[in-house]
Write a protein that binds this ligand. Sequence first.
Ligand code: PEP
Length: 249
Amino acid sequence: MPRQFFVGGNFKMNGVSESIASIVKNLNAAKLDSTTEVVISPPAIYLALTRELANPNIGVAAQNVYDKPNGAFTGEISVEQLRDAKINWAVIGHSERRVILKESDEFIARKTKAAVEGGVSVILCIGETLEEREANKTIEVVTRQLNAVAKELSKEQWEKVVIAYEPVWAIGTGKVATTEQAQEVHAAIRKWLSETISAEAADNVRIIYGGSVSEKNCRELATQPDVDGFLVGGASLKPAFVDIINARI
Ligand code: PEP
C-alpha cells in the first residue's frame, strides 16, 4: 500500500482563540484532498478548542509532551492528559525546542517512547543546522538523532511515528531546501530505516519535509519519491495552507 500523504500545520506560539477558531473553520469549509492526512498543532491552551471545532478527519497534535506520567513537573503535560483531551498526536523534537530549550536527543527519544506507548502518535522532528550542513554533517546529524529514538522504540512502534526532516536553516527563513537536497536526505533516512529498523518500517514510515514550505514550492517537493508530505509552520496560519494540503491535486 502506498504511504498516505501527510501534511501537518505547526502554529507554534501564534494565535488566540478567535484567530485559531477562524483558521479551523476555514479548513473545515475548504475542499481538502481526501487522500491526504491533515494534522494541525495549536498552542497547548487551544488544543481542546481546536479538537472541538475541527472536523473529525482533521487530526490535532500537541507541540510537546512530557516523558513522565504525572507528578511534580510544573508546566508540563502528560500523554494521558493529551488522550483525555482527545489529542492523538504530538510534535516532538522540534528544532526550536532542541535549540532554544536545549532538549537533548535522549530526552526527545524518551518523550517519543512515552507518547507512542500511551497511544499518541508522534511527528518526530530532526534536522541539521547551517553550520552542520556546511561541514557536510547532515546525514551524521540526522542519523544520530534517529539512533537515539531507535534505542527507545521497538521495531513495530515506528509505525506510530512520522519523521519530519526539517533543516534548521530552512525553518522560518524563507530559504527552502531544493527538491534534490530534500530528496537526498529523505532517501538517506529511508535507507537508515531499512538498515536499522526493518524493511516494513522503510516502506511504511512517512518522511515529511519542513522548512519554509509554501503554496509556491510544495508541488515540486511533492513529486519526490521519498517526500511523503510536509510540516508547515508560518504558512499553516494562512489560507495558503489549503493549497499545500492539496499539493498533489
Ligand atoms: C516548522 O515550524 O516546523 C516550520 C517548518 O516552519 P516554517 O514552515 O515557517 O519554516
